[in-house]
Design a protein around this ligand. Structure first.
Ligand code: FMN
Length: 310
């Protein structure tokens, strides 16, 4: 992977295999991540197959996707790394930044920032289980304060190949602007260890991503919320505004079909509603079409709305 790297963030209830296939077709990012998966859940034989079907499906068309995991038990990460390799993902990513109360209570996600020794054990076990497959980490500047100057060098020298830094603390959630100037501060020390640095937070467009990469000295930028309703975010040619309405709706209903095929029996298609606002706005009659889409509960219903506006 050559810089500048444009990455699609791991997004729970968004970046499933159907969605990643859709984004890859509209304008492929250099790297994508699955939704986060619990290593604890995977370690229960009764839940394992269900969790793999729900969170760890892989599309044939995606070559650069890493599977992301959360948890705190190094042995379970080792097993998750072995599974990730068997499933054919390009790599494994460890979540060390999630603020979710349940995740933090279990010592995972952002809580690992407060327990560097365990964090390094998790990384070491993952690298062993990965058997040569790349292992990366996504983290934040700190838990309740910015400790990146001591935390990031530990991660950079742990054997990972990519470090993504969401430039806020865990406690800040996404409530303050991302501090990309801190990404710039951290770039030299990360590069000294031969690790690629991806900055994350508040990127609004492809051009914005490239500008932030250039200004910070990072190797890449990761995009989270910017993908909602803009499946063309990574395209060099066009953005959602350049895409005719009929095509936008056709892509959404195509996504709905892919989603239903893969997950229809156990996940609700209403999760696609997140994209409706960003996808259909800025013209007369938009709110009516949005209402029709928000009422859809099957791929056939999405297809019917798309056909009516083709
Ligand atoms: C709906 C949603 C789900 C998320 N799920 C994950 C996740 O599974 N793993 C993770 O590391 N971060 C997750 N995040 C955080 C994003 O990956 C990203 O770090 C954050 O949104 C900041 O980037 P942005 O400002 O571009 O959105 C999630 C964020 C959102 C909004």
């Amino acid at each position: 992977m050559q810089p500048p790297i444009l990455a699609l963030a791991p997004l729970h209830e968004v970046t499933d295999a159907a969605f990643r296939e859709t984004v890859a077709r509209c304008g492929a990012p250099d790297i994508m991540y699955t939704e986060f998966t619990s290593v604890d859940g995977l370690s229960h034989p009764a839940a394992r197959d269900r969790i793999i079907r729900r969170y760890l499906q892989r599309a044939e068309s995606e070559g650069s996707t890493r599977a992301q995991f959360w948890g705190s038990d190094p042995e379970k990460f080792r097993a998750a790394a072995e599974l990730t390799r068997e499933l054919g993902f390009a790599g494994m990513d460890i979540n060390m930044g999630c603020p979710d109360k349940v995740v933090v209570k279990h010592g995972g996600g952002g809580a690992l920032i407060n327990d560097p020794e365990r964090a390094l054990d998790v990384i070491a076990a993952s690298i062993e289980g990965a058997g040569g497959m790349p292992v990366s980490v996504k983290t934040r500047l700190g838990f309740d304060r910015d400790v990146a100057d001591s935390w990031v060098p530990k991660l950079a020298s742990s054997g990972i190949d990519i470090l993504t830094v969401h430039a806020r603390t865990v406690k800040e959630l996404s409530r303050v602007p991302a501090r990309w100037e801190r990404v710039a501060d951290l770039a030299p020390v990360v590069h000294e260890s031969g690790v690629l640095l991806i900055g994350n937070g508040d990127v609004t467009s492809r051009e914005d991503a490239l500008a932030r990469i250039a200004a910070s000295g990072a190797d890449g930028a990761m995009i989270g919320r910017g993908i909602f309703g803009n499946f063309w975010f990574f395209s060099e040619e066009r953005n959602v505004e350049d895409v005719p309405l009929g095509e936008r709706l056709a892509v959404l209903s195509d996504l709905a079909e892919r989603f239903e095929e893969r997950y229809g029996e156990f996940r609700s298609i209403s999760t696609l509603r997140k994209h409706v606002k960003g996808l259909v706005q800025g013209f007369r009659g938009a709110s009516e079409i949005r209402e029709q889409l928000m009422a859809c509960s099957s791929a056939a219903e999405f297809r019917a709305v798309a056909s009516a506006h083709a």
